[in-house]
Unconditional design. Structure first.
Length: 365
């Protein structure tokens, strides 16, 4: 926009000097009339814009969700309710991914007739998931010659969530002692997140409880018999407070979502928890539809540094996803860290953002 104004000012100055020179050398009436018109035109246009700027409205139309690497149309519509036209305008549109914190700016230009509207389309496409926030950050009216810019209070915004790609993952929750509500442990029950015993498969058993890894080694089907149910036995926690680069945040979004789906397909309900920009978010997940409804909120933004940690009382096992281990949870034996980082941490599962789908094909804790 600044280059446009400077270019217009340079052309205006050259034209003004040319008419002034013509008037001095010829004394022509038409040269005088042209010079006067050239001097008055920007002022008259500025007066028109001063009137028009109070009659402008805008909106931005986008779909609610989109897939990664898929171009979607974002429509920016400006309506002029005045009886005079908008001769020229410049509209600066800011685009920000709240999860990866990537920023982009697009400038739209055009004109609008009296009682008319202007509609322009921006193609949005992202390689990373997250909530994309689109807003008009600046709107400028220009006179006919583009010399006198005038800001107008035109605001509009929209939000588009780029969803993560779920990829196939197997979930194998290995045996650990589980404690039921009455204080007993290692009792047969329905909680598939805790194993009561391993035994041979019998006709009629639930195939989701087959221990496929051990079965392949022993060349016979081995079943993981569930233990007694426990209240809120598994917590899946994505700690987004440490942040990370766009590749890490995108990889974690897909790993957490895919791990959540793998747990459900293995018959394991859980509590899903994540740090958000405002506060800690907690949802109980027992069906695939519940997870699919939670994913847009899960990948929306990165977490605030002031966000509190979840209460871990009542959970026998905690899966903590992030880019670095949380110090307050390091000494908790129930916690297993799954980290997207190049560094290695004792006892933690780590993966790189470049090959997360290959490294995290199996969730085994």
């Amino acid at each position: 926009m600044r280059k446009t104004i400077l270019g217009s000012a340079l052309c205006y100055l050259i034209l003004l000097l040319a008419l002034a020179a013509l008037l001095l050398t010829s004394g022509s009436f038409w040269a005088l009339a042209g010079l006067c018109l050239l001097l008055l035109l920007p002022l008259a246009s500025w007066a028109v814009n001063f009137y028009v700027r109070r009659h402008l409205q805008a909106d931005i139309l986008t779909p609610a969700t989109a897939a990664k690497r898929t171009a979607v149309s974002c429509r920016v519509r400006i309506r002029n309710g005045a009886f005079l036209p908008v001769m020229r305008y410049g509209c600066q549109v800011s685009i920000r991914n709240d999860l990866t914190e990537e920023d982009q700016t697009v400038t739209l230009t055009g004109s609008i007739g009296a009682k008319g509207e202007s509609s322009q389309t921006i193609l949005l496409q992202s390689s990373f998931c997250g909530r994309v926030y689109v807003q008009i950050s600046r709107f400028t009216l220009l006179d006919y010659l583009g010399l006198l810019p005038m800001k107008a209070l035109v605001k509009a915004d929209a939000r588009l969530t780029i969803l993560p790609d779920l990829y196939p993952m197997e979930a194998d929750m290995t045996a650990r002692p589980a404690y039921a509500d009455d204080g007993t442990s290692n009792r047969r029950g329905e909680d598939r997140s805790e194993v009561y015993q391993l035994r041979e498969y019998r006709p009629g058993d639930d195939i989701r409880q087959i221990h496929w890894k051990l079965s392949s080694k022993l060349d016979e089907l081995i079943l993981k018999e569930a233990s007694q149910p426990e209240s809120r036995s598994l917590l899946v926690f994505w700690d987004k407070r440490p942040g990370g680069n766009p590749q890490q945040m995108d990889a974690l979004a897909e790993v957490v979502s895919s791990a959540g789906m793998a747990l459900l397909q293995s018959g394991v309900p859980y509590t899903l928890c994540w740090t958000d920009r405002d506060d800690l978010q907690v949802q109980d997940i027992s069906e695939e539809n519940q997870l699919l409804q939670a994913i847009p909120s899960l990948v929306k933004t990165r977490g605030s540094a002031e966000c509190r940690l979840p209460k871990t009382d009542g959970y026998s096992r905690i899966l903590c996803f992030g880019t670095a281990p949380e110090e307050q949870l390091l000494t908790d034996g129930r916690v297993h860290f799954i980290l997207c980082t190049e560094e290695q941490y004792p006892g933690a599962t780590t993966f790189a953002p470049q090959n997360y789908s290959e490294a995290m094909q199996r969730l085994e804790v």
